[in-house]
Design a protein around this ligand. Structure first.
Ligand code: FE2
Length: 314
């Protein structure tokens, strides 16, 4: 076990890279600009964007067409409009604890790198950091045979799939208390935990909170435990989901609690992978085109699709 850094619940907690293309410098094409230029998209992808109407109220709306989840050209449009612009979560400060540390990655066709110096410089410019949980270094990555949005949609269904897919987790929650709140670029789903006699109450605490930060970053808080998920597109029908784990400092030496929490998290993830890969197969079926939302629970998913539509039209 190694403690890398402390996480705070603000935008200064995780590392974000801004991937806007330079507006003024024109001397030599940057790698980002070159990547964006290579991402020129045609009329078919734009027609796919227009096939979803964000103005239709949730109760009567239809979902985006299946090509949003299968078409390589549509993914190129997303990489250009969503992942090469604005702020993206890529990691957290615990990954660069030493002065010369750095971490790197790849979003679609763009490589990026975050050096320790840049991140700490950025963090020092923030004054509202609130230290709450300790990073527990046990990063896990999962390659899932589904479009990155399938993972996000599954996360944003308002607990719809929980009683069917996550029996153990559902037994620790009071699903009738599930509620969804939407904000500008964030949605929050929360649910009260079951009474204290449940055996996993220590991990779940009094409530579960699931925060989604558009476009692809998720924060899951259960009492003294927290994990984050980052859904990274690999290609149109495959993504990587990166898990990081955090816990209350008082539990750092409680190896049984940590082992059980990691095991519970892994179990939920395995169940979600099966769901996501099954959904992807359905999306690729020629028999499927669009679907309907479950309007009483899928508010956050609809919110996500509307944000994406706005972003893709920009
Ligand atoms: Fe799930």
């Amino acid at each position: 076990m190694a403690i890398a850094q402390v996480l705070a619940l603000s935008s200064s907690t995780s590392s974000f890279v801004r991937t806007d293309r330079p507006k003024v410098r024109r001397a030599a094409p940057s790698r980002v600009a070159a990547a964006a230029a290579g991402a020129t998209v045609g009329e078919p992808a734009r027609r796919l964007v227009a096939a979803f109407d964000p103005a239709i109220p949730l109760a009567s709306a239809v979902t985006p067409p299946s090509e949003w989840y299968t078409d390589p050209e549509f993914l190129r449009l997303e990489l250009d409009r969503v992942f090469l612009r604005g702020w993206q979560a890529v990691g957290h400060i615990g990954q660069v604890k030493n002065p010369n540390d750095f971490f790197s990655g790849r979003d679609g066709h763009m490589d990026w790198m975050v050096p320790s110096s840049k991140l700490h410089e950025y963090q020092e410019s923030r004054t509202s950091t609130r230290m709450i949980l300790v990073y527990y270094q046990s990063r896990r990555e999962y390659i899932i045979e589904c479009n990155w949005k399938v993972f996000c949609d599954n996360y944003l269904d308002g607990g719809y799939h929980v009683p069917y897919a996550h029996g153990a987790l559902a037994s620790g929650l009071q699903l009738q208390s599930y509620e969804t709140l939407t904000y500008e670029r964030v949605s929050v789903q929360r649910c009260e935990s079951a009474p204290a006699e449940q055996e996993d109450i220590d991990r779940l605490g009094t409530k579960a909170i699931y925060a989604f930060v558009y476009p692809n970053f998720m924060i899951n808080r259960y009492g003294p435990w927290m994990d984050t998920n980052l859904a990274v597109p690999l290609d149109a029908t495959r993504c990587k989901v990166v898990f990081d784990y955090f816990l209350d400092e008082s539990l750092l030496d409680d190896q049984d609690f940590i082992d059980q929490s990691l095991k519970d998290s892994e179990q939920v993830q395995i169940e979600d992978i099966a769901l996501c890969e099954g959904v992807q197969k359905g999306l690729e079926s020629p028999a499927y085109g669009v679907g309907r939302y479950a309007p009483s629970v899928e508010m956050a998913m609809h919110h996500f699709h509307r944000l994406l539509h706005t972003n893709l039209c920009g």
